[in-house]
Ligand binder design. Structure first.
Ligand SMILES: [Zn+2]
Length: 311
């Protein structure tokens, strides 16, 4: 009974301008935390390059072409006010997609019980033809489509607990009735979407905004009263987690006050739901988290619970 960790050094080649919160050091801090002795039994895998077809599960060819054409030969280029590319960004983004696809394969074939993908850039803000919010491709949504279209699953749940609304995943899965996308996030906060009235084409999207300065008590109450029951009604065959750790109290980009233990609790509860409905099959992928120490500690707590529940 194992947990797999998918990473790749290409994540260390995707550069953002000096002072940008979505920085190479995020992966370095996570890697250091996951090198502690308690993580010795993690199955460590290289995140493979994805295929163009993987990206085309959620994006048009024109988006892939535009991202490829935007990569500079030196320095960094801004795709918008937040989202940047450097030499190596396309390879990194492709490995982030490929890691998620490979993690789904590993979990659905029984190669591992659950998996965490620690790659960057993150994915949950990327819309069909619009990179945004540090994201180029919709990693989590592509993973869901891969599980549905290629493994023949009928019901895949995607839970996004990043502090920002997963507008990209919502857009990519909006009219996909085989998915249930549930996101909690601070509101008001960038990007401003994610209100309860946004419910998807077939009531397959749920948005649970949380007020600034609220803490883990409101998070736990909201998940227990609303989100866990919805997941139990849906009975997922695979649970995908968009794991952003920027709801942590120390995070500089938002104002929620979750603790490291709150992330562990939430992971434990989500894994219990996966154990109930789908033999514990969970694929979790890194999204945000910008205080380096809080990110490392919260990610370690998250992966530790994945390992405990796989045991
Ligand atoms: Zn975020």
């Amino acid at each position: 009974m194992t947990t797999a960790l998918f990473t790749h050094d290409s994540s260390l080649k995707h550069q953002t301008p000096a002072g940008h919160p979505e920085q190479i050091a995020r992966i370095e801090h996570i890697a250091a935390a996951l090198n502690a002795p308690q993580f010795q039994t993690l199955i460590r895998r290289d995140a493979p390059d994805c295929t163009d077809a993987d990206i085309l599960l959620c994006h048009p060819q024109s988006h892939l072409d535009a991202i490829a054409a935007a990569e500079p030969s030196s320095g960094t280029v801004a795709l918008d006010g937040d989202t940047h590319m450097s030499p190596g960004s396309l390879k990194a983004a492709r490995r982030a997609v490929g890691g998620c696809v490979a993690a789904v394969d590993a979990v659905l074939t029984g190669d591992t019980n659950n998996a965490f993908v620690a790659c960057r850039p993150p994915g949950h803000h990327a819309e069909h033809s619009t990179p945004m919010g540090f994201c180029l491709f919709g990693n989590a949504a592509i993973a869901a489509k891969h599980a549905l279209d290629r493994h023949g699953l009928s019901r895949v749940a995607v839970v996004d607990f990043d502090v920002h609304h997963g507008n990209g995943t919502q857009a990519l899965l909006w009219d996909e009735p085989r998915t249930l996308f549930i996101t909690s996030h601070q509101n008001p906060l960038w990007p401003g979407t994610g209100l309860p009235g946004e419910t998807g084409a077939t009531n397959n999207v749920q948005n649970w905004p949380l007020p600034p300065h609220s803490d883990g008590r409101l998070m736990r109450a909201t998940y227990q009263a609303e989100i866990f029951p919805a997941l139990n009604r849906f009975k997922p065959e695979l649970l995908i987690i968009s794991a952003g750790f920027d709801a942590h109290a120390d995070d500089p980009l938002a104002q929620l006050n979750w603790s490291t233990e709150d992330f562990a609790w939430l992971t434990r509860e989500l894994c219990a739901i996966a154990a109930e409905h789908c033999q514990g099959r969970v694929v979790s992928t890194l999204e945000g988290g910008y205080d380096l120490n809080a990110l490392a500690a919260s990610t370690a707590a998250h992966v530790r619970v994945l390992m405990e529940t796989a045991a």
